[in-house]
Design a protein around this ligand. Sequence first.
Ligand code: OKP
Ligand code: ZN
Length: 343
Amino acid sequence: MKTVFSPRHAGHSGQTELVGGEIVPGFENPSRARFIRERIDAVGLGPVIEPGPHDIALAKRVHKPDYVDFLPNAWPMWRVAGHSTPAMPFVWPAPGLRSDVPPDTIEALLGYYSFDAGATFVEGTWEAIKSSFDTALTAASLVKEGERSAFALCRPPGHHAGSASMGGYCYINNAAVAAQWFRDQGAQRVTILDVDYHHGNGTQEIFYARGDVQVINLHGDPLTEYPHFLGHADEHGTGDGEGFNHNYPLPAGTDWAAWNAALEDALRQLSGFAPEVVIVSLGVDTFERDPISHFRLRSDDYPKMGSRLAKIGLPTLFVMEGGYAVEEIGINAVGVLTGFESG
Ligand code: OKP
Ligand code: ZN
């Protein structure tokens, strides 16, 4: 399997996050991609190529144009406003406040274009966001050109990013951009299967009223798990999208047996939809020792996941999302890919 990877992710580094009222170094750090990259070489997964540049207009097919235009401006505006620490949102137009008047200052714009404080900017953040977007589209092209599968080693991740909101370490929704690109290239139906521990609220929101992109999520129950405010089992889609969104919220402590049972149900939904291409939002924060998650998958479960996904028998694009047990992230993520290759 070919991997697409850009060293430009590394500029998104030294960013911080708020955990329990304390500002700490981000869990989503450059070593994540480095460990995965090293594991690809160690097991000989296949060639690693750099992405080519893609028109940012493609991001505006799934995100609001003004939101996409904001992203490269955030850090420069933050600097002009006199700050040098990472830019972090802190005020939001919650229900009862007005969100129809875009504000003028960067402090307010950060909140206007986010749903939490979890997407922060440093000097190299925009370049990393753009490289992650380019990575997803370059890998999508490989699949379109006939590869059975490809791995987009994206960083930062994307599945929390909605049509006009960043959050949860995500800015541009790489999987959603790729799905739209496959549609624009002529695929009639595309499925996004999100196996990250956290519900992919952004992906769900983007395609919620559409019947051409099926969205399936397996994740920690939002009653207790981030992102808390989407991902319940009764969210099935709306309008043309009715019946094309499927959520599998699972309890803390879920192990492979229970997770796999949910996957089997999910794959019945997928088969019924008969997509032409599958995009896997690949998070490995379902791992038993993930520092911010509560499932109990073990390293030897990931190849099983991959081989099951191969049995779907469809062209498959893997797009990297979460996973924060950095010592094992390479073993686990690449385990899915080697399992797919042998499956
Ligand atoms: C991004 B991805 C819990 C705080 C949650 C944000 C988690 C973002 C996960 N104490 N922080 O889906 O892996
Ligand atoms: Zn996650």
